[in-house]
Design a protein around this ligand. Sequence first.
Ligand SMILES: Nc1nc2c(ncn2[C@@H]2O[C@H](COP(=O)(O)OP(=O)(O)OP(=O)(O)O)[C@@H](O)[C@H]2O)c(=O)[nH]1
Ligand SMILES: [Mg+2]
Length: 270
Amino acid sequence: MSSSVRPAIPGKDALPYRLISTHLAIAPPVSVVIPAMNEAENLPYVFKTLPDWIHEVVLVDGNSTDDTVRVARELRPDVKVVKQRGTGKGDALITGFAASTGDIIVMVDADGSADGEEIVSYVSALVSGADFAKGSRFANGGGTDDMTPIRKLGNHVLCAVVNAKFGARYTDLCYGYNAFWRHCLDQIDLDCTGFEVETLMNIRVVKAGLKVQEIPSHEYLRIHGTSNLRAVRDGLRVLRVILKERSSRRALRLRTRTAAELRAGRGVAP
Ligand SMILES: Nc1nc2c(ncn2[C@@H]2O[C@H](COP(=O)(O)OP(=O)(O)OP(=O)(O)O)[C@@H](O)[C@H]2O)c(=O)[nH]1
Ligand SMILES: [Mg+2]
């Protein structure tokens, strides 16, 4: 058999399928959402690695004071630029997800740390049955050039807490390269503003019982500029999210148990 994929429906122009690798053609449109705050110098590198089969690029501008928006439009005239109303990466992503139209959404940082060529692995996992394809720098085949030992330690400890408290089996927690089917948004109902957004997503997908697959990913060094993340401040925000999600889970369990007990007391069938 030929190694190239034969489209399901013949007739070149009418095909809803697009070839994304030598072994896979997909129909669902893929949106790439990029939060960007003063990333003009990095955008040429980021856009260069994006595959040509994606449906749209949504750039969420965090009131950049450099040429981020102009550069994005020059590089890619079809880019959809949206301005975020509030502040923070979480706020930017929520804005970008709402503005995107694809069935599959991929989140990619604008600092040059993510390689767009990996998108095919994320999308392959999604069309093979996963609801949420979660990048991991610590899964076999992944890596990072960007994390300091202290950030690695913090991420590792927080990841272990999430695994223990929510029954997850993650190898990475605070990483911004993920992809998911649009329907996940209804189930995880994001409501945070800062860098803790990735942790919140990772916890809520588990709580919602969604099928998560980790994708080994390599995080490169930010090319230009400096990180917006502050390890202690943002680490504490992540911890607060974990504790809050944990207590709401406990409250839900309690409510469910009380309701079941009440029903049993009244002789109502469960
Ligand atoms: N729109 C918007 N984008 C933001 C905001 N904060 C961060 N970003 C973007 O989010 C992405 C990740 O931010 P970084 O500062 O690189 O933080 P990080 O990747 O977690 O940390 P490093 O590994 O140190 O780079 C980058 O593309 C930033 O431009 C914000 O408030 N608004
Ligand atoms: Mg970064």
